[in-house]
Write a protein that binds this ligand. Sequence first.
Ligand SMILES: *Cc1c(COP(=O)(O)O)cnc(C)c1O
Length: 821
Amino acid sequence: MTAVGLEFDQLKSSADALRRSVSNRLMYGVGKDAVTARPQDWLHAAALAVRDRLVERWMVTTRRQYDQDAKRVYYLSMEFLIGRTFSNALLALGIHDAMKEALASLGVDMDALIDLEPDAALGNGGLGRLAACFLDSMATLGIPGFGYGIRYDYGMFRQQIVNGEQVEEPDYWLRSGNPWEFPRPEVQYPVHFGGRTVQRNGTVEWIETHTVNAMAYDTIIPGYATSATNTLRLWSARACEELDLSAFNQGDYQRAVEARNLSENVSRLLYPDDSTMAGRELRLRQEYFFVSATMQDLIRRYLRTHSTFGRFSDKVAVHLNDTHPVLAIPELIRLLVDVHHMPWDEAMGHIKRVFSYTNHTLMPEALETWDVELLSRLLPRHLEIIFDINAAFLREASESKEKGVHDLDFIRRISLVDEYGQRRVRMAYLAIVASHTVNGVSKLHSQLMTRHIFADFARLFPERFTNVTNGITPRRWLAQASPPLARLVDETIGTQWRKDLFELGALRKVAGDAAFEEAFRAAKRENKVRLIQRMTARTGLAFNPDALFDMQVKRMHEYKRQLLNVLHVITRYNRIVQAPERDWVPRVVLFAGKAASAYRMAKTIIRLINDVAEKVNHDPVVGDRLKVVFVPNYGVSVAEVVIPAADLSEQISTAGTEASGTGNMKLALNGALTMGTLDGANIEIGEAVGADNIFIFGNTADQVDALRGAGYRPRQIYEENAGLRMALDQIRRGFFAPDDPARYQEIFHTLVDWGDHYMVLADYAAFVQAQEAADRRFVDVRSWTASAIENVAGMGMFSSDRAIAEYAREIWHTKPVDTGR
Ligand SMILES: *Cc1c(COP(=O)(O)O)cnc(C)c1O
């Protein structure tokens, strides 16, 4: 094909140029004029005008990646929790103010448009948000990378609170169209299910399958202040035949359509994050669907510029974000061996140089396993491949006697197939055996990973395990979320922190400067007022912007211990009622988070929070000494409004259960002090900001283990602590649920009588004490401000740029591509 000189506009970024682009896009793209355009149409037109500018960069980057034959990183994740794109893209392109001016000149208020954009909520929580932050950093650093996942029709459900209870609504985020994506109907791959395998001329064929097509949708991921971009490619299911023709011919239209719908269900909806996933066939289908399409796509891309597979593992790195994409391993082997006729050993050689895997949880019940029977029915060829990998691995392991690992029990423990009871494939073990590197996501987590869940593998392959502490993108979580603080930081140390977060360390030079402290407090207050406006609009309650804003915002889960926080709130309430005249430090305690739809206990905890809020907020004795709010529908856009308003960040998981946390980093970056256990990245946050600038309390991971070993007795703690007993008795007797006094008995019994698995009661006293210490600090305004500034200044290492640079250097062995600009 000869290159043809395209004539295009080379779009400029002035307000005039943007005004013209938006007008053009409204006319020619949306098909409206200024008279008929609704706000939604203006947003669409403005988004297209921004996208046009991204496309120019995208073409250049993609061309350069090809020309330089760059090694590409394929980041495979079931979830990408992107949030909104419009303002993020404006920021990346540096055209925020120009666009605002352009729209204003057209009579349109840009800030109102921004709130119309639906979140791309293709994820549950931290894991999906991490993937989104990583895409941002890969693009910003110029690492040639692709995100690969599923284009769910329905993302994370929308949460409403009705009479104190969570009510879930489907999130049909594509309702008004998605201006950011490019549908690629020409990029489709068949994905097979079912059938059986046969040997023919020395190769295995997988036949009599049912087939679904995966169709690509591309979204441009802009790097910040660079011409480099990357691509997020999401797969959507398409039925192979439009309609079941034989049914159609027989006039059975319903059946003709049903078959099609059944196929396309594969990308219909995001699975909620709960532990009862096992055995859900549709989830297994989703996992295979997206990795199969992805492996076919990366092979096709590789073969476009290479005639043999000789350099495959020099040019391709595949990263598995948790075990959800682990079927990529047997799928790549199948494609190389069965389809491209590569010898098995050679294929295995590539595999072990290509794959790396991040573990995200230590909780055994959250490690994925799949029933052998289900796999043999749905993916018979892959099961054979897994058995072959396992046989070779166990042979090797039992021969490595010098490592002292040869007894039968050991072999049974490390087998990829769990033979106890119903046979299941352990996906994490498959990931470890086939990857060159396995990482945890904080120092503590990586240590515990090799000491507990993967101890046997760490003995076999000590060099395979490493740590990369998580990070967050400062573009979204400071520059975009907190304009007042970002502006102040710019004025004080310049703007480079957006690309090098260690620059924030320079804030230490102005720590102690009264004028700077004053400005810092003013920025925080402005963010609080912004949040209060929204909370008052919704609840009708008044909030004091000078109160201590205390926040626990994250998914509802027993291990994260929202219950511990509630117990403190109840205790504080009781104390206020007993002695209202004491000089209480006013507090607003804010909760936000969704509960997985099938997780009953988490939903009950939401209801308890709302019932407690109802009682506390309407008790005239309490006034503004204490307010409790549950902000509904926690997601990226809600987080961007609440986090910048926080003074205190609750990170209170049972030590040893939170792999890293990233909410903790976002809050500290916004100048909140952490109230935390020695868990996950809290430990590293404490090292970075100094022990005086963080509130650490409670049992350590080792103490939690020791306590469990010694026989933990929560009832004894309940009986011996009067404040705790009062709070728990109120919960048991229905003090917060007069209309249904038995509502919270299960919570009481879980904590007092049924073992208190997450050791809430064991940390209660220390937690209440630490909260008192926080009160005392908060009234010393200058000291608190100094600590808050230390927190911001210490966040350099928690940039996702630092994390991605480590992955690129230590794990993927990739370099930034030269974009020539
Ligand atoms: C950062 C983030 C999370 C993760 O929060 P943790 O406190 O680390 O659990 C979850 N959801 C959203 C929307 C986030 O932005």
